[in-house]
Ligand binder design. Structure first.
Ligand SMILES: Nc1ncnc2c1ncn2[C@@H]1O[C@H](COP(=O)(O)OP(=O)(O)O)[C@@H](O)[C@H]1O
Ligand SMILES: [Mg+2]
Length: 258
């Protein structure tokens, strides 16, 4: 069953965490059962869901290191609408520790085997690097969502991400596919943003989501209140954009799965 998606781009600050948290919330709003996995040692997705990183016993670190079962790390925060496998800075150590372990690229996939069928969608927030953690996310996933901020250097680095995806596909996970590239923090008044957007469509055509996430201050404020934007300000442009993305995402999935 293919229902795991990595939200990745090795550039920092492009909207990975914002997209993971808010797409999870929007899919849940559509009645789907969703798990969000925080695989970035910075733990922004964890705190963005109102969880205290210092208060976590079992995290994605223990899962990756096979010290805890996935089911024993998953939390259902009250009122959030979806489940969370949180993380904290312990996960930083996993990068190094994984290097000495057998099947190191398959740890997350193996750990999720018994959990994945409980969910309609599992979304993984990746760190800003093409590290062993990101590779674990790619090996576990059916699809990849790539948030892209349409600015001058947006396309730089994209080719090494695509190469990594291709390599994982050939060596470890033949079903892996790019689900879509997502334009984030978009400002339609900005000429450069429009230019980069056109380049993306020329290059990737229908791999670019029609839904566009605008720059919206409510999206930036919501995490400091520990909630997705839907809970923070339902009527905001950010909420509406992520609901539209969720709807498009589900349609694409249906199509991809026949
Ligand atoms: N659409 C948006 N509008 C306004 N601010 C945004 C938007 N998306 C993300 N941000 C803000 O930009 C910063 C980087 O976003 P984030 O999702 O953390 O990126 P990443 O996970 O790729 O590092 C955060 O402060 C976030 O709140
Ligand atoms: Mg992040």
């Amino acid at each position: 069953m293919g229902n795991i998606f990595a939200v990745t781009n090795q550039k920092g600050g492009v909207g990975k965490t914002t997209t993971t948290v808010n797409l999870a919330a929007s899919l849940a709003e559509y009645g789907k059962k969703v798990l969000m996995i925080d695989l970035d040692p910075q733990g922004n997705a964890t705190t963005g869901c109102g969880l205290d990183k210092d208060d976590i016993n079992n995290s994605s670190y223990e899962v990756i290191m096979a010290e805890a079962r996935a089911a024993d790390t998953i939390i259902s925060p009250e009122g959030l609408g979806f489940d969370v496998m949180p993380t904290n800075s312990d996960l930083t150590a996993a990068e190094v520790e994984l290097l000495e372990i057998k099947l190191r690229e398959h740890r997350l996939r193996i750990a999720l085997e018994s959990t994945r069928e409980k969910y309609d969608y599992i979304l993984i927030d990746c760190p800003p690097s093409l590290s062993m953690l990101t590779v674990n996310a790619l090996v576990a996933s059916q699809g990849v969502l790539i948030p892209i901020q349409c600015e001058y250097y947006a396309l730089e680095g994209l080719s090494s991400l695509l190469r990594t995806i291709e390599r994982v596909k050939q060596r470890a996970n033949p079903q892996l596919d790019i689900t879509g590239l997502l334009r984030t923090m978009f400002d339609a008044r900005n000429n450069l943003a429009n230019q980069v957007s056109r380049q993306l469509i020329n290059h990737f055509q229908n791999k670019v989501f029609h839904s566009i996430i605008p720059r919206n201050v409510r999206l930036a404020e919501a995490p400091s209140h520990g909630m997705p934007v839907l809970a923070y300000d339902r009527g905001s442009r950010g909420s509406i954009a992520y609901m539209a993305l969720a709807s498009e995402f589900m349609r694409r999935q249906k199509k991809a799965n026949g």
